[in-house]
Design a protein around this ligand. Structure first.
Ligand SMILES: Nc1ncnc2c1ncn2[C@@H]1O[C@H](COP(=O)(O)OP(=O)(O)OP(=O)(O)O)[C@@H](O)[C@H]1O
Length: 255
């Protein structure tokens, strides 16, 4: 479980997050939702210690992220931050293999190569694995970065907008793949925390939702409690309808 206790964050004099207290359950997919600028990426980066915590406390399975040794954290949490342009002449396979670094610390063994092979296959990257990253489309790059996060073989995988740039087929394949690997009871069950804007993917695949607005926690809980017309309309400041098709919620927001 991730426990977030009274976390606040400021940049300069601007409050970015205020007094966030919530829990993210082990296993399953947790979606961080909310409008642009709500503080979702900031919270994800604080959990992963990409941004130093200013106040409050965050523990991941009882490990305090502020004080945990880097190696311990790297074996517990993988993070795929938003990709803001890739300039490097790095091949896809080399990028994915970076995810194994916390395990081999510079001396890759056969099991590391096997893990890289598996991740490359799982994210449909075989045909692209020897291409340079700057020769890929945005969606192909996105899949390579997610594969690098998953190959790290951690209990927790944090992803910032992993569906960015993906076509419908690959968005569904990626989400279904993350969902499968997060089921409790499977051999290597991960807990996935991801920032998602595509609200119908949240409705279809999330097990738990954390909703933020203006740096504050608006709601957290299971989808059937959060994905309601009043909560979503208030969260995004627009009229939103929730209908049921084949017993599943479908969110209409474009009319
Ligand atoms: N380096 C920075 N300097 C100043 N303000 C920042 C900085 N980084 C982020 N912010 C501000 O912090 C707030 C939260 O940003 P954050 O990226 O966490 O939001 P978000 O919910 O992930 O948004 P989005 O959906 O647009 O990705 C925003 O108002 C943003 O402008």
């Amino acid at each position: 479980m991730i426990q977030i206790q009274n976390v606040s964050h400021v940049i300069g004099k601007s409050p970015i997050l205020t007094g966030i207290t919530t829990r993210i359950p082990r296993h399953g997919i947790t979606a961080l939702i909310g409008p642009n600028g709500a503080g979702k990426s900031t919270l994800l980066n604080l959990i992963a210690r990409l941004t130093p915590l200013q106040s409050g406390q965050i523990t991941v399975d009882d490990v305090d992220v502020s004080t945990a040794p880097t190696q311990e954290l790297a074996l517990k949490i993988a993070v795929v931050a938003q990709q803001l342009g890739v300039s490097s002449r790095l091949r896809v396979r080399d990028l994915v293999a970076f995810g194994r670094w916390p395990h081999h610390r510079g001396r890759p063994a056969q099991r590391d190569e096997d893990a890289v092979d598996q991740a490359i296959a799982a994210f449909d990257l075989q045909a692209l694995q020897y291409r340079f990253l700057d020769e890929l489309s945005g969606g192909q790059q996105q899949r390579a970065f997610v594969a690098m996060g998953v190959v790290q073989d951690t209990d927790w995988v944090l992803l910032d907008e992993p569906l960015n740039n993906l076509d419908m087929y690959h968005a569904k394949e990626l989400t279904a793949g993350l969902h499968a690997m997060s089921r409790p009871g499977t051999e290597r069950s991960r807990s996935i925390v991801m920032v998602v804007h595509e609200i119908n993917y949240v409705a279809a695949w999330a097990d738990h939702i954390v909703a933020l607005k203006d740096g504050a926690l608006v709601f957290s809980g299971p989808p059937d409690q959060v994905l309601t017309e009043p909560i979503l309309s208030d969260l995004f400041g627009m009229p939103i309808r929730v209908v049921s098709i084949d017993g599943k919620p479908v969110i209409l927001h474009h009319m």
